[in-house]
Design a protein around this ligand. Structure first.
Ligand SMILES: [Zn+2]
Length: 291
């Protein structure tokens, strides 16, 4: 069964959040003005970015800018469109995982991230193009369709498409379902944008993989240590168009255990293979226990 992408409408994106209600300069204009401010206040990061723009101006080329949505409303953040998409960037959402945050459904998390990016950060929309939750559900992120520029990595928003795995993968691994949907989506996207999944490309003057993590492009932990470890097998199975092969290393198949009695407390733990095999044998024999 192939997953499908839940549209903004179906997860309940409040589109009015992205619309300008007064004549305040857009975030985009402010960012541009900032870029042109006097060079003595430019940070190392900005210097590096300016240098990349100088070396590879074609990787920053935008073919179209829409300042209004379909209904003619002025957008807070005008929609820009990359001339060419070369790279897909994998992120994690990286929030601290607490019993409370673990109790939220995927859709609730997506709505919260949308609100955070759109209103709290003032970006006018969600930064990521797609999000994948722990059950493997895929959500449409940024509005605007193919080639629309997101807001997910400094100095590399043009020319890239982003996929965010909901969760924090510094310590634990994503579920196989989540990884499998990520792979399905990466296969779709590499087809759509004619990207060679296991290949390299020259982007901003550097030779890099066509599917990378945020950390490969910037100083950040995103998409988490454990996703970083899986990137090679992700790229390989995407290249092979293999929808079935397990991505997690065998001993890393993790599961959410709920502690009986406390009712609330859940935590992530790796199950020893011996125990997992026993459980799987049981399930094979007797099926899932009824609740
Ligand atoms: Zn990131």
């Amino acid at each position: 069964m192939s997953p499908r992408i839940l549209t903004r409408e179906s997860w309940g994106a409040n589109e009015s959040m992205g619309i300008k209600i007064n004549s305040e300069n857009s975030v985009e204009e402010r960012a541009e003005n900032h870029n042109h401010s006097n060079s003595s206040s430019v940070s190392e990061k900005e210097k590096k970015c300016l240098e990349m723009r100088r070396i590879a101006p074609e990787d920053f080329e935008v073919r179209m800018i829409n300042t209004q949505d379909k209904l003619g409303n002025d957008l807070i953040w005008p929609r820009r469109y990359s001339k060419k998409v070369k790279v897909i960037v994998v992120h994690h959402t990286g929030e601290k995982e607490t019993p409370k945050s673990n109790s939220l459904s995927g859709i609730e998390k997506v709505r919260a991230i949308y609100k955070g990016h759109t209103q709290t950060n003032g970006w006018g929309d969600i930064g990521y193009h797609y999000l994948v939750d722990k059950d493997g559900k895929i959500y449409e992120g940024r509005a605007g369709g193919d080639n629309v520029v997101g807001a997910h990595v400094y100095c590399a928003n043009v020319g890239t498409i982003s996929v965010a795995m909901i969760g924090n993968f510094q310590r634990r691994y994503p579920s196989e379902k989540q990884l499998s949907s990520l792979r399905w989506l990466l296969i779709e996207l590499t087809n759509k944008y004619r990207i060679r999944p296991s290949g390299k490309t020259v982007f901003r003057g550097e030779r890099i993989s066509t599917i990378v993590t945020h950390r490969d492009l910037a100083a950040t932990q995103c998409a988490g240590r454990n996703v970083q470890r899986l990137m090679n097998s992700i790229r390989t199975t995407v290249a092979q168009r293999d929808y079935e092969k397990s991505i997690l290393p065998k001993d890393k198949a993790s599961s959410r255990i709920s502690r009986r009695g406390t009712g609330k407390k859940t935590y992530e733990r790796e199950i020893p293979r011996r125990v997992r095999d026993k459980v799987q044998n049981y399930l094979k024999k007797y099926g899932k226990p009824k609740r």
